[in-house]
Design a protein around this ligand. Structure first.
Ligand code: G3P
Ligand code: MG
Length: 355
């Protein structure tokens, strides 16, 4: 239990607020801390190093297991982050375990998508990289590609070595998970179209009525990375796949997207935040002990702010100017409760408001 790692400044009246931090464009750009994020986070810990204010990261990004992301963030930001404080776009996929635990599923995206899924407990997961390699000539331009995915292959093979690979090409794929931003859009669109329009058997009859379920970890059109202007995100990939699929198949692409602004993500964050709260051991029931305020600090109006606004009470949205949003005033369509320059300013405001 994590509450033992927390320390309430006033044990009788534990803090009734918590903070959810977006990562890309608020805490980091690429892997560089921005907006005074290390200093801002340090203020949420007591001198003893224990947490004073429950907080977590609520990102639409991902590609590595939450435990590894927590270690990475701890190193970059200089504070001790627990795996339970990291909610990534793909984290809700673990709720689908019962449905697909022993079924053949495909995982794609940057990082180690198959490792992520096998850590959630899925037993027959294979990365799209590995899967594509089972079909000769499935990617007609592969010989022109100069890059190598060897390192990724070696690691994901370890995680999925329980999958009899040779059988995987003759067994129908039961579901596809886009875990993180796809690396090779052309190859992925080709192979996903093959899987989805053939009922899960690439190269077989292409007019199958049954499309295997397709899940996206998020639907961000653009996000802020290290480059000065926004980069195309998973939502852009979804549009590309959908446009092509709908031109070559009689039924439109059927899919489900997780991630912010989905209200479920904010409900889940509230429950997880409660587990981080010092008094969660006294009362396990989130509903009867609600937070007075939960702050969402984000850089993307149509994702972070829209999501917090839709989630309603007790969410309070704060928009920074360090990422996708650069406006002088508030965003017109999805105005935040507060607009600040940086995450450090946001935390300063919260701590003053709550003191
Ligand atoms: O790929 C990451 C991106 O879609 C958004 O990340 O942290 O801004 O939600 P974040
Ligand atoms: Mg962001």
């Amino acid at each position: 239990r994590y509450f033992s790692q927390l320390q309430s400044p006033h044990p009788q009246s534990p803090s009734s607020f918590g903070i959810a931090f977006d990562i890309d464009g608020v805490i980091l750009r690429g892997s560089t801390p921005i907006g005074g994020s290390p200093q801002a986070l340090a203020r949420l810990y007591a001198d003893s190093g224990l947490l004073k204010v429950p907080f977590l990261f609520l990102t639409n990004g991902g590609g590595i297991p939450e435990s590894r992301r927590a270690t990475e963030l701890s190193k970059l930001l200089g504070v001790k982050i627990l795996p339970s404080q990291v909610l990534q776009g793909h984290s809700p996929f673990k709720n689908l375990l019962q449905r697909y635990e022993n079924q053949l599923i495909i995982a794609t995206g940057k990082g180690e998508p198959a490792v992520v899924m096998s850590e959630y407990g899925f037993k027959k997961v294979i990365s799209l990289d590995d899967y594509a390699s089972l079909f000769e000539n499935i990617d007609p331009v592969s010989q022109y590609k100069k890059w190598t995915t060897k390192q990724v292959l070696a690691r994901s093979s370890l995680a999925v070595n329980s999958v009899p690979k040779n059988n995987a090409s003759s067994e129908a794929v039961k579901a596809v998970f886009v875990v993180s931003d796809p690396v090779d859009w052309g190859r992925d669109i080709q192979v996903l179209c093959d899987i989805l329009r053939s009922g899960g058997l690439p190269g077989e009859y292409n007019g199958s009525e049954h499309q295997p379920p397709l899940y996206f970890a998020a639907d961000d059109l653009q996000y802020q990375a290290a480059f000065p202007s926004e980069r195309l995100g998973m939502g852009a990939f979804r549009i590309a796949l959908e446009s092509v699929f709908n031109r070559i198949h009689h039924n439109p692409l059927d899919y489900v997207s997780f991630g912010k602004p989905n209200p479920f993500v904010f409900k889940n964050a509230e429950a997880v935040m409660w587990q981080l709260h010092p008094s969660s051991h006294i009362n396990e029931d989130t509903e009867s002990h609600p937070f007075k305020t939960l702050y969402m600090i984000g850089d993307n109006p149509s994702v972070d702010i829209k999501g917090a606004r839709q989630a309603g009470h007790p969410w309070f949205s704060i928009l920074t100017r360090t990422g996708v949003f650069r406006g002088k005033d508030n965003h017109e369509e999805f105005p935040a409760d507060l607009v600040v320059d940086t995450v450090e300013e946001a935390v300063d405001y919260i701590l003053r408001r709550e003191s």
